[in-house]
Design a binder for this molecule. Structure first.
Ligand SMILES: [Fe+2]
Length: 228
């Protein structure tokens, strides 16, 4: 039996009125992403034996860092399957930056340790520091003063890749105080877990040990000379 065009039109009108009836539940929201990124912990075991840092402290610190990698992946995967209109989604969104920055800042921190030589006065970064701060020592004193602040967080030497400006910044915990669009050059972890095992509350001695182990080659690679 074939449908007449009149009966077909009636069926379409009926179907449409049913689909858009006021008591029809809204379709379930679609998660924003179904392919969360996955990060793998980096291996920093080459730092073991570094003067001024016990292997116990470093091994514990590596484990803590691995926790941030795990949680970054976990939060990303949960976001991919969580209703984006739910309170859980909002809290996961807020949490993601904290976990991600905790992961990335540790990678930058461990990545700029293990050095044995000072920054060469001939290096473009050295020249830029002197041009802005008057001397390398004045810049280093400002970084140290920032690291000595009360609280838990990070100190980051940022380069503003637009102006070339250099800034020693205090980052509260992992996620407050970053400079948008700037490049982190040198990163120091000043959470108590970074030094308590070896130095107790003597943060000053930890910062001194940090300076003795800065890998200036790594820092120099992050610096983009002549891009301003
Ligand atoms: Fe840390």
């Amino acid at each position: 039996m074939s449908l007449t065009s009149a009966s077909l039109a009636l069926m379409i009108v009926f179907a449409a009125s049913t689909a858009f009836a006021s008591d029809t539940p809204a379709p379930a929201p679609t998660p924003a992403s179904t392919m969360p990124p996955s990060y793998t912990p980096m291996d920093f075991s080459s730092l073991l034996g570094m003067p001024g840092f016990s292997d116990t402290l470093l091994q514990n610190h590596f484990k803590l860092y691995q926790g941030y990698v795990k949680n970054t992946n976990l939060v990303a995967s949960k976001l991919a399957v969580t209703d984006p209109t739910s309170p859980e989604y909002a809290e996961l969104k807020r949490r993601f930056g904290w976990e991600f920055d905790g992961m990335r800042l540790h990678e930058l921190y461990f990545g700029n340790l293990g050095g044995k030589a000072p920054l060469s006065p001939d290096a473009p970064l050295y020249t830029a520091i002197v041009a802005q701060f008057g001397s390398f020592d004045a810049w280093q004193a400002d970084f140290t003063a920032t690291a000595s602040m009360r609280g838990i967080g990070w100190v980051v030497l940022y380069q503003d890749t637009s102006s070339g400006g250099l800034f020693n910044c205090w980052i509260n915990e992992h996620d407050t105080g970053h400079l948008a669009g700037c490049t982190p050059l040198l990163v120091a972890d000043v959470f108590e877990h970074a030094f308590l095992t070896d130095y107790g509350l003597d943060k000053k001695s930890y910062i001194a040990a940090f300076w003795k182990n800065v890998n200036w080659d790594a820092v120099t690679l992050r610096y983009k000379a002549g891009n301003m």
